[in-house]
Design a binder for this molecule. Structure first.
Ligand code: IMP
Length: 427
């Protein structure tokens, strides 16, 4: 038995879904441990593209258990839509399990997400408006309603009625907005409950049963290190814990049960939403990366901001996640340039640092210190062995290993399932 956490080492969208899909073939169970349908994991199988938001990316393998863990916030409408999409493509979803401890996203959460963003004006975070922040707020405030509350629907109705009164008061009296029709919510959630019922379980008990049976377990992170509520560029973060430590609270396992922590790093950097980004390219090179890499959000369709690889962020991600391995994605997209750059430090008032700052405001004053490397041909998507990569691409990977101090176990050279170079196995 062995366990591996897959976590994003940047601002999300690193291409985690394809490596979860890849590693899931050797795992008995895949667990999502945080976030909600703000995530968008793209998996391409036989040239068919699937965008998953809530269901773990191991669902494409029959007979595997896929747990939506206690740390996830579940929007039942989004979940049902996703299950229908999968079933209409002939995917068997019977291996899905939803932890009864996971919290439900309710229509109020989406509404409050929208209203808080509006209220922030120019200082908005650029959230996905999926209600993620407000759902975690209710959880922390202990007024949230959980997936397990759907099992005895009378319990759900009782809790929701109390909850709705408090929230509609805020909508009506503070925001001057109409309240949300509680009867309609009850009717909708009654239907959702009937569809979700076969999947609801004690996710923690199930996970530990599988661990004791010797199954390999894969923990699938959503978003990325710099979007972590505690560790990221607060307040331009999400409201959950994408870092590897998030597995402990979001899936219910102790840290000693984690064997490998695989950090997924895009060969360049992207970010959606607002907030500082030292290596951002606001020029033709940034546009070229965006277009070539189709860097548009899987969840919201928003254009992603693009820039060079930032090794300061990478070192930070190594520290806070305890990364044991790296997977570098999209090496084909970064191909075709004469030269490419890696940021090795930030210059601030004449001094250079490679420590990611605690106050993101400083990032606006930091200037990137770049190292320039020779580029490589982008026609590498057929390559299966590291030694067959162009020499300059090998050097780029080597430099990432030197700067991070972590071995690169996998390299993505194309979007398809088979377009990856595997140098080390996780299981
Ligand atoms: P929220 O998670 O919708 O509250 O959004 C908070 C911040 O996280 C915003 O900047 C979003 O763009 C960003 N974010 C949320 N989910 C993802 C993701 O899956 N990939 C990249 N950025 C994300």
């Amino acid at each position: 038995m062995s366990t591996t956490v897959i976590t994003g080492a940047q601002w999300g969208d690193e291409g985690k879904g394809r490596f979860v899909d890849f590693l899931a073939r050797q795992a008995g169970c895949v667990v999502r441990y945080q976030g909600g349908d703000n995530a968008g994991h793209t998996v391409i199988i036989d040239s068919e593209e699937f965008k998953l938001h809530l269901v773990p990316s191991g669902i494409f393998y029959p007979h595997k258990i896929n747990i939506i863990g206690n740390g996830v916030v579940v929007n039942p409408a989004a979940l049902l839509k996703e299950l229908r999409m999968l079933e209409s493509s002939g995917i068997d979803v019977s291996g899905l399990r939803i932890c009864a401890r996971a919290h439900l996203i309710l229509p109020w959460h989406m509404k409050f997400d929208e209203l808080s963003e509006l209220g922030r004006g120019n200082a908005d975070i650029g959230t996905t408006k999926k209600g993620i922040g407000p759902a975690y707020m209710d959880k922390a405030e202990r007024s949230g309603i959980r997936v397990g509350d759907l099992i005895d629907f009378d319990v759900f109705v009782r809790k929701l009625t109390l909850y709705a009164k408090a929230k509609n008061d805020i909508l009506e009296k503070i925001y001057g907005e109409p309240g949300i029709d509680v009867n309609k919510v009850i009717e909708d959630y009654k239907y959702y409950a009937s569809v979700m019922m076969p999947y609801i379980t004690d996710g923690i008990a199930l996970l530990h049963e599988l661990i004791s049976k010797g199954e390999n377990i894969l923990f699938e992170g959503a978003q990325g290190t710099l979007l972590d509520l505690n560790i990221g560029t607060y307040p331009y973060v999400t409201s959950s814990h994408p870092i590897a430590g998030g597995v402990c609270v979001g899936a219910g396992v102790g840290p000693k049960l984690i064997d490998n922590v695989l950090g997924i790093v895009k060969a360049y950097t992207t970010r959606v939403g607002k907030g500082p980004f030292v290596t951002e390219l606001r020029d033709g090179t940034g546009d070229a990366i965006r277009e070539k890499g189709h860097e548009y959000g899987a969840t919201t369709g928003r254009a992603r901001r693009c820039g060079w690889l930032d090794a300061v962020i990478l070192k930070y991600a190594v520290r806070v996640n305890g990364l044991t391995h790296l997977a570098v994605t999209r090496m084909d997209i970064l191909g075709g340039f004469d030269t490419v750059k890696i940021c090795t430090g930030y210059r601030y008032r004449g001094e250079v640092t490679d420590v990611f700052p605690a106050r993101w405001e400083l990032l606006n004053e930091y200037e990137p210190v770049y190292e320039e490397l020779k580029g490589w041909d982008d026609n590498i998507s057929h390559i299966k062995r590291f030694e067959d990569l162009p020499e300059n691409a090998q050097k780029y990977i080597g430099r990432i290993e030197e700067l991070s101090g972590v071995p690169v176990a996998m390299i993505g050279v194309g979007a398809r399932r088979d377009q990856a170079i595997v140098r080390m196995e996780m299981f």
